[in-house]
Design a protein around this ligand. Structure first.
Ligand code: NAD
Length: 352
């Protein structure tokens, strides 16, 4: 076991429990703020209005304009509302898109953030912001981006549609799988990653059976926290590079792309670092890639990139971009092998 490592813990306050989103006002005051602007997407505006009402005099109102990929022009509109209302913090209620908007505001004017996640994306515990301008997505990492408080209330995930729950869960699991072989991994990140994978292994199939079971939803959101936390502390590799390429250049949907690619990228890397990915084989059974693919199939996840609107000729360009400027990866990456891997993912083949 490697005892030579650096571990940087997240300074955020993490609160777990059914009904705990009712504590949002208390936390606004605990972090020294007086007026919170509630952020959401338009789809979750009604829930955001309820939350703002519950905040009473601590509310600066609702901005329900969050959308996928955090476009800079939306951030600018939200900043105008912050300035007009005199908000001194934000409460982001929603998935990665809403959290992204809160982070984008914090990155510009260092406004404290309270996040109440309603998906399993994990963005709420990372100091990473992806934003788009003129069709280009750029990523920044900065301490001001990390939210100060996260309230995980499983009751708010009961309405997350089944397909999104499964894809979002697999998206989170991809952070944990890559954390197991990260160059800067440490014993704590590995513990968290393995625990996160266990939490999803037990909860995702049960969500498919009974999506309104609060105990199962609590297990899944616990997994989301663990998987998000490792994404925030160690570096990601081939899997994230390919998903960023597909999402960034071909506009494939975020969580679905992760869900489809995970068995293929994990299987590819398992040949180089079988000992580091042994927990994955143990948890999911059989081989690393095959075990993850079987799990995703049984949970009802999409399995083929061709079903996301990607054409076969797109794969050539995707392999080129994904290998042009590769992230560090435990197995060497070359264009031919990545093109083959993408072909398998496009067809929906089960990896060995
Ligand atoms: P999302 O936030 O885009 O949500 C998708 C849709 O589902 C939205 O319309 C949302 O309002 C709705 N929704 C969310 N929770 C719901 C619920 N409980 N019930 C009903 N509807 C609900 O999806 P996401 O997958 O959470 O986030 C994806 C975005 O997050 C991407 O832009 C991705 O790049 C980003 N992300 C960033 C990081 C990071 O560390 N920076 C990490 C993970 C994801």
């Amino acid at each position: 076991m490697n005892r030579d490592f650096v571990y940087s813990g997240s300074p955020a306050h993490i609160i777990f429990g059914e009904g705990k989103s009712a504590l949002a006002g208390e936390w606004v005051e605990k972090i020294g703020c007086k007026k919170a602007l509630v952020l959401s997407t338009s789809q979750q505006q009604a829930d955001a209005e309820v939350l703002a009402k519950r905040l009473g005099p601590l509310s600066a109102g609702v901005f329900a304009g969050a959308v996928m990929h955090t476009p800079v022009d939306v951030t600018e509109k939200a900043m105008e509302v912050v300035a007009r209302t005199g908000a001194d913090c934000v409460v982001s209620l929603g998935g990665g898109s809403t959290t992204g908007l809160g982070k984008a505001i914090a990155y510009r004017i260092d406004l404290p953030q309270i996040v109440i996640p309603t998906t399993y994306a994990g963005s709420e515990v990372t100091p990473i912001l992806g934003q788009t301008e003129g069709g280009r997505k750029t990523t920044v990492r900065h301490p001001s981006i990390l939210p100060e408080v996260v309230i995980y209330d499983p009751a708010l995930t009961l309405g997350l549609p089944l397909g999104m729950s499964i894809n979002s869960g697999l998206n989170a699991m991809a952070h944990a799988v890559e954390a197991l072989y990260a160059q800067d991994r440490n014993p704590i990140s590995t513990l968290m990653a393995v625990e996160g994978l266990h939490a999803f292994k037990t909860s995702l199939p049960k969500i498919a059976e009974s999506p309104r079971n609060i105990g199962v939803r609590a297990d899944a959101i616990y997994g989301a926290w663990l998987c998000g936390a490792v994404l925030g502390t160690v570096g990601m590799a081939l899997h994230h590079k390919i998903c960023h390429t597909l999402g960034g250049t071909f506009d494939t949907p975020h969580a679905e792309t992760h869900a489809i690619m995970l068995p293929h990228t994990a299987g590819y890397n398992a040949t180089a670092v079988p000992e580091l990915l042994a927990p994955v084989a143990e948890i999911f059974g059989g081989s690393v890639g095959g075990g993850l693919w079987d799990f995703a199939k049984e949970a009802g996840a999409p399995l083929a990139l061709k079903d996301l609107g990607l054409s076969e000729p797109d794969l050539d360009r995707a392999a080129e971009i994904a290998t042009e400027n590769p992230y560090w990866n435990p197995r060497p990456v070359d264009r031919r092998s990545i093109r083959d891997l993408l072909q398998d993912a496009w067809e929906g083949n089960r990896p060995a």
